[in-house]
Ligand binder design. Structure first.
Ligand SMILES: Cc1cc2nc3c(=O)[nH]c(=O)nc-3n(C[C@H](O)[C@H](O)[C@H](O)COP(=O)(O)OP(=O)(O)OC[C@H]3O[C@@H](n4cnc5c(N)ncnc54)[C@H](O)[C@@H]3O)c2cc1C
Length: 759
């Protein structure tokens, strides 16, 4: 060293003049057009002829698509660090991860004081910056549940809420010259950003040495710190190549107020520097580094994971516990987690690579994550691997007339509905728009049009699956039909589904009804509900939800879709249902399928912690005996959310043997969520004799007895045979694991509990 081997980057250094205000923005856009990597603006908030730099950065971010953005450098004494951290995270989210924080301790103290800032000595200013860095990183650490507390001499943050998590790890670059600042850079920063014009001969070498020594003393790898340099733009390619190869500078930021100068820098100088440095590195055998994580992130790594053995394609986008994007993986919709490594493949080939990584990590749990709504599936785990296929989220209409649609597993059902609606098409999915295609379309899919259209899997024409051995297999009735059978109901056991081809149905306007019943006579209500739903036209599907009593009464909330655009027909079909108990409230809206999905959806970050507790059962009829036991369960306050979804109708038209989802006779799917197993389970066991099988998506229990309830006996035997063929080592094990080592009767289905679960 130096050269540290960082990839070369070139940027512009633009004066934020405000007359005309468009000038710096035009230069920023030009920088992007010229292929530069970075646009930076100096920051002098006391300067009346300048635009405010933060506002300008935001505006420039909105006018550009690719180029990175940074202050060069931001004036800390006039920018409150907790607010600046939030602003940086916000702009990072809005710009798609393009923000870096270039920051300085301050100067021009008269001007700072004139603006209301506090005058500090140089030593105090460095200490203040030291504290501010803790504040920045603390605010960005959205995965940390405790509020932020920094007890500094200059900044006291007492209980600030953290977040938002930025879109990427925002690097902090320090504009440093003097030893104290250089030492701070070595201890805490991600980059050193001086200006060449302020440096004396030898300063770069001395600065690098001091930064490296301090970094090493702090247990850091000096390569964590990028070396950036503001230059005039008049330097030759030879000069810059020398600075790169001998002084470790990897990012050159040229004064960019002259468009011609900028063009020359981007089109002539930058390519020549790249070429020379590439040649020089080749001769010296210096490797160009990929992503370098800082020591804070490295300290959060979990045991048993080969972080440094990932293929480059996955390493670049992988998320670890210390990374900015990690908060996304600490909470799903219902389950918390603390995975050790999240792989985020973008292509089918990368999914294959991720599966290969998983095969080398048999000792830690493996989760397959599409949109994180799993209940039975442990798509989040504690200390294990997660393969997030969320980036495979395209929704393509292949043939609108025939309703042929191809969807990636990472799409959510609201995304599917949005794309299909303009074509007058829809695929019956679940009730909630945020649920992922990957999890639901491998299990079943009981939704708003179930009685009329069947399950979601009944509309599948084909699926592409990455198997445990890395093979990509196309499955359909014609190709690999056995696997196609298994994927429709037990898909989580067989591989990672990477593409689904559906036949969507023509769906026009429909009614969405919300009826609130007085269900204080709970048993009577449930029996009458069952009878009314079974008797209803197939265009009627939906669910009823019950919970505890309120003021002595128990209310039941029914959500129903009637697939008709004729108000008289809608009322006629709902009337018999509405008459089963006193109505406390009701509303009926003529709407569309995509609007129903939209109304059942939120983009808000998922918040769940710990493990959900839910039980699932399928039942043919809501008999008085079942209704009495269900009412007793509710009366005992064993479940805070007890829902009964309509199945039957078109779901039952499909022969039981046609798919791995095998309980086709049921007219209802029952689910009970509980807070404590000791409270829910005894009451749920009383319901079991009434039930015939279960829908896997709603069951949080695990173990061999669960498998026997999840699949009819003949189905389970067939699934065991197929598991041995397609996943003989039991790689896919997070969701109703069928142990390939177990006998056909399930003896020694021993490994079902091997995954450690968070919470
Ligand atoms: C609010 C809410 C409402 C729901 N409503 C309904 C409903 O109305 N009807 C219904 O049928 N279900 C419903 N569900 C259940 C839902 O279908 C399942 O939880 C489903 O697994 C979630 O899919 P996901 O991709 O979002 O979940 P994830 O948590 O990402 O995945 C869950 C599991 O599915 C498996 N999996 C995920 N992606 C793949 C893949 N690409 N290939 C193979 N296996 C994969 C894995 O085992 C994974 O652990 C609901 C769930 C929630 C939270």
């Amino acid at each position: 060293m130096p050269d540290y081997g960082h990839p070369l980057r070139f940027g512009s250094f633009i004066t934020p003049v405000n007359s005309p205000a468009s000038a710096p923005v035009r230069l920023a856009v030009l920088s992007e057009q010229l292929g530069l990597d970075l646009v930076t603006f100096q920051d002098h908030p006391y300067q009346a002829s300048f635009l405010d730099t933060w506002t300008l950065l935001s505006w420039a971010g909105a006018q550009t698509e690719r180029v990175q953005l940074a202050g060069n450098v931001l004036n800390l004494p006039l920018r409150q660090p907790a607010v600046l951290a939030r602003a940086a995270a916000s702009l990072d989210l809005l710009s798609g991860g393009r923000v870096s924080v270039g920051i300085g301790a301050g100067g021009f103290w008269d001007a700072i004081e004139a603006m209301g800032g506090r005058r500090l000595t140089p030593a105090q200013a460095v200490d203040a910056l030291d504290e501010a860095i803790d504040v920045f990183r603390g605010i960005w650490d959205a995965a940390e549940r405790r509020s932020l507390r920094v007890d500094g001499d200059y900044y006291r943050v007492h209980g600030a809420k953290r977040g938002p998590a930025p879109a990427h790890d925002i690097p902090i670059w320090i504009g440093a010259y003097k030893p104290r600042m250089l030492r701070l850079t070595g201890r805490k920063a991600d980059g050193w950003l001086p200006s060449l014009s302020y440096l004396q001969p030898g300063d770069l070498q001395r600065g690098n040495r001091l930064i490296d020594e301090t970094a090493e003393a702090a247990g850091r790898d000096p390569r964590e710190i990028t070396r950036l340099l503001n230059i005039s733009g008049g330097e030759s390619a030879d000069d810059l190549a020398r600075l790169a190869l001998e002084d470790g500078v990897s990012t050159f930021i040229a004064v960019g107020d002259d468009p011609d100068g900028l063009r020359h820098f981007a089109e002539e100088i930058a390519p020549a520097v790249r070429e020379q440095v590439e040649r020089g590195r080749g001769e010296r055998g210096t490797q160009t580094l990929g992503r370098v994580r800082n020591s804070i992130a490295l300290s959060k790594r979990r045991t048993g994971i080969g972080y440094d053995t990932l293929p480059a394609s996955l390493a670049e986008r992988a998320v670890e516990p210390g990374d900015a994007g990690y908060a996304r993986y600490t909470s799903g919709y219902l389950r918390g987690g603390a995975p050790g490594l999240v792989l985020r493949p973008r292509t089918v080939d990368e999914v294959r690579e991720a599966v290969a990584v998983a095969t080398r990590h048999r000792e830690v749990p493996l989760g397959i994550f599409s949109a994180g709504h799993g209940l039975s599936g442990r798509s989040l785990n504690d200390g294990g691997l997660v393969i997030d296929v969320g980036a495979l989220n395209t929704v393509e209409v292949l043939d609108a007339a025939a309703g042929r649609v191809r969807v990636g597993p990472g799409a959510r059902w609201v995304d599917v509905a949005r794309v299909l609606a303009p074509h007058g098409l829809a695929i019956t999915s679940g009730d909630y728009g945020g649920v992922g295609v990957g999890g639901l379309a491998t299990a079943g899919g009981i939704g708003w049009l179930a009685r009329e259209h069947g399950l979601t899997i009944d509309h599948l024409r084909a699926m592409d699956v990455v198997l445990a051995d890395g093979a990509v297999v196309h499955t359909s009735e014609a190709q690999n039909p056995e696997l196609f059978w298994a994927m429709r109901g037990a898909g989580a056991n067989f591989g990672v589904a990477v593409s689904f081809e559906f036949t969507a149905a023509r769906v026009g306007q429909l009614a969405f009804a919300q009826l609130v019943f007085d269900a204080t006579d709970t048993a009577g209500f449930l029996s009458r509900w069952g009878t009314a739903i079974e008797a209803a036209d197939r265009s009627v599907s939906g669910e009823v939800i019950l919970g505890g009593r309120q003021g002595g009464q128990r209310y039941a909330q029914a959500l129903l879709v009637v697939d008709s655009d004729d108000p008289d027909t809608i009322v006629e079909r709902l009337q018999p249902i509405a008459g089963i108990a006193p109505l406390a409230d009701h509303s009926i809206a003529l709407t569309t399928y995509d609007q129903v999905m939209e109304s059942m959806f939120s983009e808000a970050p998922q918040q769940a912690q710990g493990e959900p507790l839910a039980h699932s059962g399928l039942i043919r009829h809501l008999t008085p005996a079942f209704a009495a036991d269900a009412a007793a369960l509710l009366e005992a306050s064993a479940s805070y959310y007890f829902a009964i979804r309509a199945v039957g109708g078109a779901v039952s038209d499909v022969p039981a043997a046609a798919t791995a989802y095998g309980w086709r006779e049921a007219n209802f799917s029952v689910v009970a969520f509980g807070a404590r197993a000791s409270r829910l389970d005894p009451w749920w066991e009383r319901l079991l004799p009434h039930l015939e099988g279960m829908y896997t998506s709603f069951e949080s229990g695990r173990g061999p007895e669960m498998l026997a309830r999840a699949f009819p006996p003949g189905h389970l035997t067939r699934l065991r045979t197929l598991k041995r063929r397609y996943d003989p080592t039991g790689l896919f094990r997070d969701n109703f694991f069928i142990d390939p080592a177990a006998g056909d009767d399930g003896t020694a289905d021993a490994r079902h509990g091997e995954d450690r679960i968070a919470g």
